[in-house]
Design a protein around this ligand. Structure first.
Ligand code: PLP
Length: 386
């Protein structure tokens, strides 16, 4: 009998809640479920990272409140990693902030820069936190569609000057979840020019920057593009690269004013990450590169299996160059939700409906490469029969 706040009432159902419900129904019938739904790596966190956390715990300097901004050693390590990986120089004190997973930072950022009625642009389909965090801050959303015709990049010229003038923030994410697209340097250059012209903050989500398959074409950090440091903040995460989704460790880096604005919000909400997890994060960033490469090799094998099977079925089978997602079209005559439900009910394979990420995702579904090659073959074989 409690009247929910408008923001609670406005929340759409959690994307995976309905899928989970049907999944449990199907499972209860004894069907062998193959889950290619949520983007959560199936492989374990490597031992060297776990050992580093164990060591930090037994050192016994962990019981006090950590700082919302992160330990100095963690922030220094992030700065060093950005320099090594992207050639981006960061002042660890002013331009790096630890996050309780990047989702936490993304969700809090609009509270620092969006007033009620302010306009926020986000591409669609998208990771749902961007529009929801905007709504929490009272902002209005303008959706810039990602279409295959434009390589799943927002068409910046199609956004009218009126919208640009009002836009406080532009949220974007490359390599992209769910479309798996990468953004070229020229796109970032064009975007930064627009942001400067209209005084728009660029929020770039780089959670998948280490999941790439062609080392001659590695994903970029927006911060390596000249001028970005004036207008951009980048969110990053250890979750996907090092199989650490449950550890909740990420970082925000970039323009000092923006990083510190977010820090001020966070200092009033959370008290940071358990120190031993930060120690493990340092180990991951310092020693994790060969492990990250092993993971890329594994996902590449899975990607090739999935793409080959999709081609055999006669479905759209473009091969993604990054992320562990395949974004592909549902068969003609079906809609996303209808297809996904049918596949789940009749084959026990869980995939995600494209429209769950926003209207332009209608007609697509997403496969997460979170099972081994044999299980993937089995899953796509079942879909082929259907
Ligand atoms: N950003 C994108 C695009 C994601 O897909 C995810 C997780 O699925 C996240 C951020 C959140 O990652 P975390 O909060 O684990 O750092």
């Amino acid at each position: 009998n409690f009247k929910p706040a408008q923001r609670l009432a406005q929340l759409p159902p959690y994307l995976f809640a309905e899928i989970d419900r049907v999944k449990n129904e199907v499972k209860a019938k004894g069907v062998d479920i193959i889950d290619l739904g949520v983007g959560d790596p199936d492989l374990p966190t490597p031992d060297f990272i776990i050992e580093s956390m164990n060591k930090a715990i037994t050192k016994g300097e962990n019981h006090r409140y950590p700082s919302y901004s992160g330990m100095n050693t963690f922030r220094e390590c992030v700065a060093k990693w950005y320099d090594t990986r992207f050639g981006v120089r960061l002042d660890p004190k002013a331009q790096v902030l630890s996050l309780i997973g990047s989702k936490e930072g993304l969700a809090h950022f609009p509270l620092a820069y969006v007033d009620p009625g302010d306009l926020v642009i986000t591409s669609t389909p998208n990771y749902p936190v961007y529009p929801i965090a905007t709504m929490f801050a009272g902002g209005e959303i303008y959706f810039a569609p990602l279409t295959e015709d434009n390589d799943f990049l927002p068409d910046l010229e199609a956004i009218s000057p009126d919208i640009w003038k009002k836009a406080k923030i532009f949220f974007l994410n490359y390599p992209n979840n769910p479309t798996s697209a990468m953004a070229p340097r020229s796109f970032y250059e064009q975007l930064i020019a627009k942001a400067k012209e209209y005084n728009t903050i660029l929020v770039h989500d780089a959670a998948y920057s280490e999941m790439y398959y062609n080392s001659a074409n590695k994903p970029l950090s927006i911060l390596e593009i000249p001028g970005a440091m004036d207008v951009a903040i980048e969110f990053h995460s250890l979750s996907k690269t090092y199989n650490m989704t449950g550890w909740r460790v990420g970082m925000a880096v970039g323009n000092a004013e923006l990083v510190q604005g977010l820090g001020k919000i966070k200092s009033n909400i959370d008290s940071g990450i358990f120190q031993a997890v930060q120690e493990a994060g340092i180990t991951a960033l310092e020693k994790g590169e060969s492990f990250a490469q092993e993971m890329r090799d594994i996902y590449k094998g899975r990607r090739d299996v999935a793409v080959a099977e999709l081609c055999k079925i006669g479905l759209d089978c473009r091969s993604p160059e990054a992320t562990f997602y395949i974004w592909t079209k549902v068969p003609k005559g079906l809609d996303s939700a209808g297809f996904v439900t049918k596949v789940l009910q009749e084959t026990g394979v869980v995939v995600t409906p494209g429209n769950g990420f926003g209207a332009p995702g209608e007609g697509y579904f997403r496969i997460a490469l979170t099972v081994g090659e044999d299980r993937l073959r089995e899953a796509l074989g079942r879909i082929a029969k259907l």
